[in-house]
Every structure is written in C-alpha cells, then in structure tokens.
Design a protein around this ligand. Sequence first.
Ligand code: CP
Length: 303
Amino acid sequence: MRHFISVNQLSKENIISLIETAEKFKQEQYYINQQIFAANLFFEPSTRTKMSFIVAQKKLGLEELDFHSETSSVQKGESLYDTARTFESIGAQLLVVRHPADNWINEINANVNIPIINGGSGKEEHPTQCMLDLLTIYQEFGYFEGLNIVIAGDIKHSRVARSNANALKKLGVNVYLCAAPNFEDNTLDFPYVTMDEAVELCDALMLLRIQHERHKSSSGNTYHYLENFGLTKERERRMKSHAIILHPAPVNRGVEMDTDLVECDRSRIFKQMTNGVYMRMAIIIKLLQEWGILHEHAIEKRQ
Ligand code: CP
C-alpha cells in the first residue's frame, strides 16, 4: 500500500490483520528503536484524530514535528503540495493529513515519496475512524457477518458514513442508513430506515455529528431534531439488550442523542477514542513496514 487513503483499498484480510495488531498493541507495549520523524498536517479542526495520532506516535517512539496551519507558511499562500514536499525535504518519514478538500490526495499523491495517512478528506473518507470503529465492533461481537448496523444522522455530509458503510458491507454486515430528508444521500446504495425502526433492528447504532461546517447554507436550526431523528431515551429503551451505541464525536449533546445517553451502559463512545490510539499505531506500523522504512529488528517490546 502506497498511502493509507481509503477503506476501499483494504481487503477483509487487511482489516482483520489491522484489528489483531491494534489488539496486540493494547495488550503489550511496543516501540520502534529507530529515529523516525512524523508530521501531522491538519488543515481542519480536530481533537481526537490529531491527539490520538500524537499519542500513537509517542508510544511508538516517533518524533513529532509540530505543525499548526494557522502559524505556518500556509498563511503566506503555500499549498498543501508544497507543505508536504517541504516536510519530506527536511526529513519527515510519515505524514498524517486532514484537509477539507474531498480529493486532496490527488494534489500530492504522485510526487510525495513518504507514506501518507488520511486523517479526514472533506466529506469523502475518514479511514482511520472507520478502522477504530471496526475494532470497537469486533471487540463487542467477535465477528461482522450478519450483524445489523444502522448509520444514522447527517449521511450527506459525513466522511465517517461513507468509509464505514463501504467497509461494513465488505465485511458482510447488513448496513442501513437513517437520516432526516435533507441529510439523505442517494448516491450510497443502502436501504433507509426511520430512527424508530433503527433502534429495534440494530446490533449497533452508529450516530453521526451534524456537519454544520459542510452545509452550503445555514442549517443551524436543529429544533426538534432529537425528537424527530435522534436517539431519545425512549428510543434507547427499545434497543436490543446487547445493542451498542457508537458516535465518532464530537457529539452535539441533546441533538443527535440525549445527553444522558452519551455515557450510558450501551455507549462505546469513549472506548472508540481509546481504540483510536491502538488502531493508529497499527496503521503507522503497517505503512512504515510496507515502505521498508523500518530496519529488520526495529520493533521491540517494552520491558
Ligand atoms: N472523530 C473525529 O474525527 O474527531 P476529531 O474531529 O476531533 O478529530
């Protein structure tokens, strides 16, 4: 794999292998005994993805090159391509990029010769979020085939929805979508259900944040959204006893879900964040190995 850009690049076997590696990193501590510089180029706000990449890099012993687009030469008009080439030129051996453009990879793919991980591309893909979601689901059920999973919320503007729907389908999950009419996206070929149907049929309910920043016109009016389209306490009581709730976060509390449900027994929202660190470690190792950047005995177990 040249860059980690889309879940569509991954086979079932690749996905299970990454889940197993992430589980191993959760149980036992490993590090790289080699100097490797990594840069996290975030051109959109982030708390979880950026910080969990930094923790993953620090756990692995990588050296993070500090970058903030608002205090960088991006403010003088430097492009993503020139920024990436600059980091490559000064010795970075790994880039994580989040950018609002759907296809930013096309700008840098051909001529940047260090591995790149997609930390979020517009509304198209969020593959590392998808992989940590898959890890969380696998920890819960131990399998994917035949599970009923509903992805609910702002489908139209959500990169998490796109990555997850495609990966879950590949794994044999029965994927359903659920959205307010203005948030439906009929380019995705999955059946829609109402939230009342969703809570009763699902094994996992994957809620999505309303992506206000990607709406063309102001859509700030979320009046009655929770009652009409969100997860209320009354709906939560109708879920199967074993069913779990996922959300990539940040959560608009009281909009996508009742605020009391964010940390309820079924919620795996904070567990998803913990899993993000280990999954990102697994993805970093996979890419560095595939590029031949790691020496033969570079990965060591911490004593
Ligand atoms: N889930 C997620 O991508 O969160 P951040 O935007 O905080 O990184």
